[in-house]
Design a protein around this ligand. Structure first.
Ligand SMILES: *Cc1c(COP(=O)(O)O)cnc(C)c1O
Length: 393
């Protein structure tokens, strides 16, 4: 996977323009109704086949173009689009889980995913448990004969632990062959690692983040290699009304050409800000998988070729949540907002006690930073003034 050339592959993706108009840019196709020439054709065309059109909700040349390009990026055989990353992960749960089943989530899972398990899934008779993503033995111990789906996330949300993906996958295959494995690889964006190299069954990617890159689109995708799994996902997708807008698809298609460049720039800038933050007297640790000592660093160094533009600051004993929140309020260039992947650097303070379930994990206030496309010196200057009152704490 190290000899992949994603930028060239995304830019030179096959597309046949109409005769006489040799532009490499896909047109934006819209349409709810799609005409059939006769009843035989209307009865023959199946919407799960991605080579024919039935109804706008089930795909257009524009959505199929994005699906094909994402399949190239991820190394997937099949891609489905959803209106958000959250809708994509809910579709995976909805497709593969039924009443009586058991689900496992990493303790550092994307927060709304845990909330969906607590509410909708619980209401449908599906139980869940969380495992320590840094301990494959803990995952193994929590598998039960009823476990049907195990989520992995690399790196984990907020605390950015990079798990030993091969060991987690091996634990599931050995102890729970009945379970499917789904990987949320939004952080890696198809660039830091090739998600299917780890032998997972299904992936989800919040295209809202790096593929969009503009902070202006909400979209998600589901990927898989296996035809039978795809048929189940596509059937559930077709029954769920998960349409995406053609103009949003256009923006993601456009964003993909610059994705490798933006990802590399945000990765480099985040490491620069991280190195600066490591020297700050109020900061205890900078969580970023490329930093030695950061949780999961060894697995990241072995299995990944790049890192996203995210880092999280932990603080010395004596720095309170209120002090971290006040520092966040002093930020001027970093804006307070959820999400990441766009041009504007963003910050969110979290209290880990409220996010994590397992005892013995990391606790205390943290500040999650998502690096945008500003000059890194502008960002460290902003952080310096915001964190100044915490120094010596
Ligand atoms: C943002 C995010 C999602 C959800 O994506 P939305 O498009 O915002 O719904 C899912 N997983 C991870 C890891 C994310 O960061």
């Amino acid at each position: 996977m190290t000899d992949r050339k994603p930028a060239a592959e995304l830019i030179h993706h096959p597309y046949q323009p109409p005769a006489g108009f040799a532009s490499p840019v896909e047109p934006v196709h819209k349409g709810s109704s799609i005409f059939f020439p006769n009843v035989a054709a209307l009865k023959r065309v199946r919407w799960a086949d991605r080579d024919a059109y039935t109804y706008g909700l089930q795909g257009t040349p524009t959505t199929f173009a994005l699906e094909a390009r994402l399949a190239t990026l991820e190394g997937a055989e099949h891609i489905l689009l959803a209106p958000s990353g959250l809708a994509a992960l809910n579709l995976v749960n909805q497709t593969f889980l039924k009443s009586g089943d058991h689900l496992l989530l990493p303790d550092n899972v994307y927060g709304p995913s845990r909330n969906a398990a607590r509410h909708e899934l619980a209401q449908w008779g599906i139980t869940f448990d969380v495992y320590d993503p840094l301990d494959p033995a803990d995952l193994a111990a929590r598998l039960t004969p009823a476990t049907r789906l195990v989520w992995l996330e690399a790196a984990g949300s907020v605390t950015l632990e990079f798990p030993d993906l091969p060991a987690l996958v091996a634990a599931v295959r050995e102890r729970a062959p009945q379970a499917l494995i789904a990987l949320d690889h939004t952080w890696g964006a198809g660039l830091a690692f090739a998600p299917f190299d780890f032998g997972v069954d299904v992936t989800i990617h919040a295209l809202t983040k790096y593929p969009s890159g503009g902070g202006d689109v909400l979209m998600g995708s589901i990927g898989c290699r296996d035809r039978a799994l795809y048929e189940r996902l596509a059937a559930a997708h077709g029954r769920s009304g998960l349409g995406v807008g053609a103009n949003d698809v256009e923006l993601v298609l456009r964003g993909l050409a610059t994705l490798p460049l933006r990802y590399a720039a945000q990765d480099a800038a985040a490491r620069q800000v991280a190195a600066w933050a490591q020297q700050h007297p109020a900061v205890r640790q900078v969580l970023h998988p490329a930093l030695p000592g950061s949780p999961g660093h060894a697995a990241w160094a072995r299995d990944a070729q790049a890192a996203a533009g995210l880092l999280t600051l932990t603080f010395h004993e004596g720095v309170s949540s209120a002090a971290v929140e006040a520092a966040a309020d002093r930020l001027r260039v970093f804006r307070l907002a959820w999400s990441w992947g766009g041009p504007v650097s963003l910050a969110v303070p979290y209290d880990l006690a409220l996010l994590r379930s397992l005892p013995g994990g990391r606790r205390g206030p943290v500040l999650r930073l998502a690096i945008g496309l500003e000059e890194p010196e502008v960002l460290t200057t902003d952080l310096a003034q915001a964190l100044a009152p915490l120094a010596g704490g």
